[in-house]
Design a protein around this ligand. Structure first.
Ligand code: FAD
Length: 444
């Protein structure tokens, strides 16, 4: 069925291309506008290749439209964290109690290309690259784009901004409607480094997400199908213990030899990567409302960018697409009702994952290395095995289920209260037993 309304999707990144697939399948005529050249024909920017951990929420969105198998063909499962201490051997911590469940390392570029390929193969879809949105009238849906050939104007019945962290559509809603926003930048930025294949093989275990937790800084590495690893170094952008503090090759080598000693040998291009790859910023975007006049909406990072420490930004954006599709089903494609309903259902969930992602930064850069944390994880997995389905860890609920994020937070709080009460009762019982034994022993 072809629908009367035309939709413009601004930003053909991960969320935009998946959303286009869903909308085109509903029968909409969809035009995608992307500020960058077509990534299927161009080169990836240096230091911006980032691979992603795709987990159940993202997979669920792909599965619903039959894209999971093709997209996941090149993904590499990671069944746990490999913690690299400053001294000594790395240690493996499984993500799930059975040690089997995995998150999947996938190239952002390959994922984007596969989704674009799927979207543009559908009837009714047109994609315009090198089109940067610079103007939007939210009342009429009239848009203006800067292109290499000058300014281009277009109009659509519905305009969805999937243009990421620094969304221009959000900027236009800020300028023309009552939208308010807050951008909380993290003190830490990130830089990409590479651990290439060694003699054609992976230089580390490809079945794990590698973490170098160092308190003030942290590095992670995810495997790639070409047997290399993409590393992301998280460090404050300014100050003495920060990216800005290293500017010479000698200083970079000395720093890594002291803080990440095993990486020196694994990353022969370390100095070149460090000097030439850009430092990206990280932060949380909060704004409201995500829609205007029943015809303009925001989705994905444009509405609610989060920090990457739970590996959920793209997963959450894909979940947005599924929810919007469900609401269009329920409302009979009444966008006037669907856009506010979308925000009403998603907001508490995106706020919950934003907070959990911030909390997980502390866990990843600090706690994972501590023996207490490792013991806690073992107890948690033992509980999961002893009480299947009744005790489920936060990591498991976030990464291996589609339980709404807000419910995950509530359930984890409830479990923690029960555990504290059970631990308290166990301490009381042990005390009573000891007192009884003492009285028996002394005859009192
Ligand atoms: P984007 O992917 O940013 O896409 C926005 C698109 O809009 C881009 O193509 C851009 O060029 C285009 N655009 C921007 N402005 C305009 C304009 N004016 N006109 C037209 N087009 C425009 N998420 C995970 O799920 N798992 C992970 O492991 C993970 N790791 C991450 C690691 C790092 C270091 C970072 C920074 C993020 C990570 N994320 C991860 C988050 C994930 O990358 C984002 O949440 C996801 O890309 C959001 O998708 P999006 O389509 O909303 O935005």
């Amino acid at each position: 069925m072809t629908r009367e309304k035309t939709v413009a999707v601004v930003g053909a990144g991960l969320a935009g291309s998946l959303l286009t697939c869903y909308l085109a399948r509903r029968g909409y005529t969809v035009t995608m506008y992307e500020r960058r050249p077509d990534p299927r024909t161009g080169k990836v920017e240096r230091g911006r290749s980032i691979n992603l951990a795709l987990s159940e929420r993202g997979l669920d969105a792909l599965r619903r439209i039959g894209l999971d198998r093709s997209v996941m063909a090149d993904a590499l499962p990671m069944r746990g964290r490999m913690i690299h201490p400053v001294e000594g051997e790395p240690g493996f911590q499984p993500y799930s109690s059975d040690g089997e469940r995995a998150i999947n390392s996938i190239s952002r570029g390959a994922l984007n290309n596969a989704l674009l390929e799927a979207a543009t193969a559908l009837p009714g879809v047109t994609a315009h690259f090198d089109h940067r949105l610079t103007g939007l009238d939210p009342k009429t849906g009239e848009m203006r784009f800067d292109t290499p050939h000058g300014v281009v104007e277009a109009q659509a019945d519905v305009v969805i901004g999937t243009d990421g962290f620094s969304s221009a559509v959000r900027g236009q809603l800020l300028a023309h409607t009552g939208l308010t926003e807050s951008l909380d930048f993290l003190e830490h930025g990130y830089k990409e480094l590479t651990i290439p294949a060694r003699d054609g093989e992976f230089a580390m275990d490809p079945g794990a997400l590698h973490i170098w937790p160092r308190g003030a800084s942290m590095m992670i590495a995810l495997p790639n199908p070409d047997r290399s690893f993409t590393c992301t170094l998280f460090w404050p952008t300014g100050g003495t213990d920060a990216f800005a503090s290293l500017s010479s090759p000698a200083a970079i080598e000395q720093h890594f030899a002291r803080v990440y000693p095993d990486v020196i040998e694994l990353a022969p291009n370390l100095v070149d990567d460090y000097l030439h790859n850009p430092v990206g910023v990280l932060g949380t975007v909060r704004c409201s409302p995500w829609h205007a006049y029943g015809r303009v909406g925001l989705l994905g990072d444009a509405a609610h960018a989060i920090v990457p420490f739970y590996g959920q930004g793209a997963n959450c954006a894909f979940e947005d697409v599924v929810e919007l599709d469900r609401i269009l089903d329920e409302t009979g494609d009444d966008w006037d009702r669907a856009l506010p309903e979308f925000e009403a259902r998603r907001r508490e969930n995106t706020e919950a994952i934003a907070q959990m992602a911030l909390d997980n930064f502390v866990e990843m850069r600090d706690k994972v290395a501590s023996p207490v944390f490792q013991a806690q994880k073992k107890v948690e997995h033992a509980l999961e095995r002893a009480l299947p389905g009744r005790y489920v860890s936060r990591y498991e609920l976030v990464s291996f289920s589609t339980t709404p994020y807000a419910q995950v937070q509530q359930r984890v709080r409830r479990q923690q209260r029960l555990l504290a009460a059970a631990a308290g009762a166990a301490v009381l019982a042990a005390g009573a037993l000891a007192a009884f034994a003492f009285r028996k022993g002394t005859g009192r």
